[in-house]
Each structure stands twice: as C-alpha cells, then as structure tokens.
Design a protein around this ligand. Structure first.
Ligand code: ADP
Length: 471
C-alpha cells in the first residue's frame, strides 16, 4: 500500500509537540510492515534542510485567491528518516524558522495544502491513501472531492487523524475564494458555526476519522471546542488508535542525549547519574526526589496551576522534594514560574524555552513527572517517562487514562488523580513521596514500567487495517 502522510510537523525536520513525534515515527513503522509510507510537509527554514541532500521533484504553480504562487517539491535523497520525505517550498510563505505563530498562518497552510493537492493530481499513478494530520492539512479531503481541478483524486480514500481538536484553523467566509474553484453548493462541507472550519471539514469529508487514544475519542463527543455534535453525528466513521513511541529515539540504553545509559536492571544507578547532572546544572539537591514537568505552558496542560502547586507542596508537605520545569507558552505562566525561583531557590528551578537535549536528560534523571492536563489527546511524555523508569503523576483524562494505571490498583505502576486542581495534584505529589520512601515498591514500579510496550508496532498495524477497509 502507498500511504501519503500530510502534516505541518515531522521530527526531526520540524517539531512543536507530539504531532511531530508521531509523523516522524509512524511512517517508518509502516514501511517496516512492508508498505510505502511517505511524508509531505512544508519546507521551513530549519537546520535539517541545510544538513541533508535534496533533489528537485516537481515545480508548479497555483492560485491562493487572486494571488498566483509558484511552488517547488523537493525530496530528501538518502532516506535518512527511513521513509521518503517531500518538502513543499513556497518562497516567502513557508520558508521561516518557526512552524506556527505567524499572522498569515491561514494563508501559509492553505497555500501549502493547495500545492500538495495540485502536485498529487499531476501524478501518473494514484496513491492508496492520503492520510492528513490536524487542521493544517484538513482541507485536503474537501479539495480532493470538490475542487474542479482535482476531480481525478475524488476516489482516493482519505483519513484524518486528530492530534488536538482544540485548534481548528477557523477562517472567515471572506476567504472562501482561497480554495481553488469548488462546487459552491457543497459549502456545508466547509462550514461549522458560520465559519469555514478546516478541522470540521476534514471530519465531514475524510473517509475515516481517527484520534490518538480511545478515551479522547469518547471525550470529544462532549468536550471538543464546539465540535461535540459533529463527533456525535460522525461517530460511525471515528475510532481511536493509541500513539506509539519511537523506541529508537527514546531508549535509556542508547539515548544520544544522555551519557549514563541504563536498563531496567541498573535503573537506580543510571537515573542517579543523570539526576546528579541535572541537580548540578539547576542547583538542586540530588538527595531529594525530583519532580519534573515538560511541555507547553498552556491551560490545556494545566501549567497555570504549577506555581501554586509548588508553593502549596512546600508549605503543606515541607521542602522534601525538588521541582524542575521545562517549557514555554503563556507569558504570564512563564513569568510566574520565573518569579517563584526567588522564593524557592535550592529546591526549584525552571528553564523557559524549548530544549530537546534537556528534555531527554530530565526523562532520565527525574523520579516523577507531573501531567495534570485538563485535556490530553494521547500524551507522549508519560510513555517516554515510563520507558526511562520515571513515575508519571497524571490526571485521568484522554490518553493518560488509557496508559497509566494507579499503583494502588492491581498491576498498577503510576499515580493518577481525578481533577486538574491544586489539591489533587498536591495529593499526587504526596503519594509520590510515599512511594519514593518505600524503596522496594519504587524498584518494582520502575521495573514494571520499563517493561511496558508502547512501541509503534501494534498501532502502525492498526492504521494499516483501517486503510484496508477502504479498498
Ligand atoms: P503536545 O503535542 O500536546 O504538546 P505531547 O505529550 O503529545 O504534547 O508531546 C509533547 C512532546 O514535546 C514531547 O516529545 C515533549 O518531550 C516535547 N516537548 C514539549 N515541550 C518541550 C520543551 N520545552 N522542550 C523540549 N521538548 C518539549
């Protein structure tokens, strides 16, 4: 089967979060299963672009409304990622340093999608499936079915995977002329709540809809930023497939970002060595248990609660633990976390920014990772953490609910709590301390977690099974 993944992110080319990790791994595992999976994404101005070799595959042009643009498709020639990678270059629009966050993101990603469809429409063969990811690629199923110039793609099955339904890519009807000539009576397939809603359109037009955990799929029917009724209506073609993790990149035995490698048998030694490095860099006490948070500092992740959680833990439990935070996002949360340093030096520190190497060292060196998310479609951090023997303290929601069993339950290994509230999270930290003091139990929990299989093998096959139902 030939599968074309279309995405705004793909690790290590460009990553802002979990989407990048998934699109950087899933195609490789699908290839290992004997299929031909390819990735198409925008050509950003990233290091990966300059450190690899490329060949020109196609040159074309298309309209974004009244603006004519030219695009180029280039392909990485050494297969360094384990799958064919194609980048779409639209000069001045996509070739920037960041993936998102520009005022003209609507124009950038609409033009990207037009270029992708325009290019595929000119192939002299048809791929078996077009698999689009999140709202940045979600107009593609509509365009394949309803644009006059792309009629030859109408019978190719399309699948959309929703990694995060909070962001939907809304645009006003004044921009409807951006979409290449389309059957205007089909406007209902673009519309949701009086806007053009690319994610809603993807859900309506794609042949199958998946999201990245079973529980998140259920939650979307009553909590999906306005799309609840749509998920309920379309539930017949929706399913959940849990993300896997890339066990080559995320492996404490070989991780290129850590010096002190370890496996389940010598987990204590390995973790202690990485913890000492972290504590030295961030002026923390290596004798105390280390609780970390890694991720976007946004409401979805309940990062706004962290300053009070840390303050309350020190006040109610005592200064028996260290906290280290890595993340960026909401400027107010960033500043609150910076200010907290003045009161908690020696037991707390924060690195505001994005740092891939530091994240790996933290998964290795931490004792506990906090994930109190209000919304968590799948969550990768808890799976990485467990592979590194770090106990996750998670809110029971979405993918966290599907992957972490409380250590108080039969066969359990993590710590779970019901609400994203300061009280519940602090209680989780207290239970973490109890576990830390019970050395025998901690050792067993670490070993159990490190043996869990979250690899892509199983999930990659589930996607193949899904595509097979479309032919
Ligand atoms: P989301 O995609 O919602 O941000 P996920 O848990 O699915 O959350 O994926 C988060 C990924 O991004 C993980 O690989 C995590 O290690 C990484 N990450 C998030 N923030 C940072 C950061 N500031 N520095 C390094 N890595 C980060």
């Amino acid at each position: 089967m030939e599968i074309i993944h279309v995405s705004a992110e793909c690790y290590p080319v460009a990553k802002a979060g979990g989407l990048g990790d998934v699109v950087g791994a899933l195609p490789r595992y699908q290839n290992q299963l004997g299929h031909i999976a390819k990735v198409v994404m925008p050509m950003y101005n990233t290091k990966f672009l300059y450190n690899n070799q490329w060949e020109l595959v196609h040159k074309g042009g298309a309209n974004l409304g009244y603006w004519w643009f030219e695009y180029t498709v280039i392909k990485e020639i050494t297969n360094v990622l384990g799958f064919d990678l194609y980048l779409i270059d639209i000069g001045g629009l996509l070739d920037r340093e960041k993936v998102y966050g520009y005022d003209d993101d609507t124009e950038r990603f609409t033009a990207f999608q037009i270029a992708v469809v325009d290019w595929i429409a000119k192939w002299n063969h048809e791929p078996d499936v077009i698999h689009v990811h999140d709202h940045h690629a979600a107009l593609i199923p509509f365009m394949m079915q309803n644009c006059v110039g792309f009629r030859n793609l109408a019978d190719i099955p399309s699948v959309i995977t929703i990694h995060n339904a909070q962001y939907q890519g809304w645009l006003g009807w004044d921009k409807s002329h951006y979409i290449p000539e389309w059957d205007q009576w089909k406007w209902g397939q673009l519309e949701w709540n009086n806007m053009i809603n690319p994610l809603a359109s993807g859900i309506k037009c794609a042949w199958k809809v998946t999201t990245v955990s079973w529980s998140y799929m259920e939650e979307l029917k009553y909590m999906s930023n306005g799309l609840e009724a749509l998920f309920e209506y379309e539930k017949g073609k929706c399913s959940g497939i849990l993300n896997g993790i890339d066990t080559v990149v995320w492996d404490p035995e070989t991780d290129k970002y850590i010096d002190d490698h370890y496996k389940a048998l010598d987990v204590k030694r390995g973790k202690t060595a990485s913890k000492e490095k972290l504590c030295e860099t961030f002026e923390l006490d290596p004798e105390k248990p280390l609780f970390v948070f890694i991720g976007r500092l946004v409401g979805e992740k309940a990062a706004d609660l962290l300053p009070q959680v840390i303050g309350d833990s020190f006040y109610h439990i005592g200064r028996k633990m260290n906290f280290l935070i890595l993340g960026s996002g909401d400027p107010y949360v960033e500043s609150q976390l910076e200010i907290l340093k003045a009161y908690s030096a020696g037991d707390y520190n924060v690195f505001v920014g994005y740092n891939e190497a530091l994240s790996h060292l933290m998964y290795a060196g931490a004792d506990f990772i906090l994930m109190p998310s209000r919304v968590e479609p799948c969550g990768l951090n808890q799976m990485y953490a467990m592979r590194y023997g770090t106990v996750p303290i998670v809110r029971k929601t979405g993918g966290l609910k599907d992957t972490v069993i409380d250590y108080g339950d039969p066969d359990g290994y993590g710590i779970t709590h019901l609400y994203a509230s300061v009280g519940d999270i602090t209680q989780g930290i207290f239970r973490g301390l109890e576990l830390y003091e019970d050395k025998k139990r901690l050792k067993d929990v670490r070993k159990t977690m490190m043996k869990l299989d979250f690899s892509w093998d199983n999930s990659a096959q589930q996607y193949i099974n899904l595509y097979s139902t479309l032919h």
